[in-house]
Design a protein around this ligand. Structure first.
Ligand code: ADP
Length: 161
């Protein structure tokens, strides 16, 4: 059984993330979407909110689960029996950092491979940062985030102001 982990901050999940999840779910038997608790970043959405948004979007897939981890990524992957870390590449600007992380992870745990999927050309421009910026100005988010979370996302941000 091929188990993969798709890690990120998902603050919030975008259509770009969901596209990657869908494709990874076709390649691997099981995919764990893992919200990484990264003390260096101050997220807009709480861990619970981010996980709940993801949960709503992955319900249609039988082999995808959402979890979180505050451990080292390879430790989390090992704990789930995963042999693959899935990452998305949007542009060359993603490459350097991702390459460095993939090599570091392979030093820590040679049994785990990082597999890069190229972003769909429809979503190469899309990031959670863009979504947060658009949401601040009450822009229509239909082209950026899954419909399952669009309204809630705006409501949550507006109630917070
Ligand atoms: P962001 O970089 O948007 O803050 P994350 O840290 O949550 O997002 O990213 C998690 C993973 O998803 C990374 O591997 C990232 O390259 C990938 N990813 C992010 N946005 C997209 C997109 N639009 N298309 C494909 N992959 C993406």
């Amino acid at each position: 059984m091929r188990i993969a982990v798709y890690p990120g901050s998902f603050d919030p999940i975008t259509l770009g993330h969901l596209n990657l999840i869908k494709r990874a779910a076709r390649i691997f038997d099981k995919v764990y979407v893992c919200v990484m608790v990264n003390s260096g970043k101050k997220p807009w959405f709480t861990l619970e909110e981010r996980m709940e948004f993801i949960q709503r979007c992955i319900e249609r897939f039988g082999n995808v689960e959402v979890e979180y981890s505050d451990k080292l990524l390879v430790e989390y992957a090992k704990s789930r029996g995963a042999t693959v870390i899935v990452k998305g590449l949007r542009a060359v600007t993603d490459f350097e950092m991702e390459f460095q992380m993939a090599l570091t992870n392979s030093k820590l745990e040679p049994g785990i491979e990082t597999v890069f999927l190229t972003a769909s050309e429809k979503y190469t421009y899309l990031s959670s940062t863009i979504v947060r910026e658009m949401a601040k100005y009450n822009a229509d988010l239909s082209q950026f985030v899954p419909r399952e979370i669009k309204d809630d996302l705006i409501n949550k941000l507006q109630n917070r102001r």
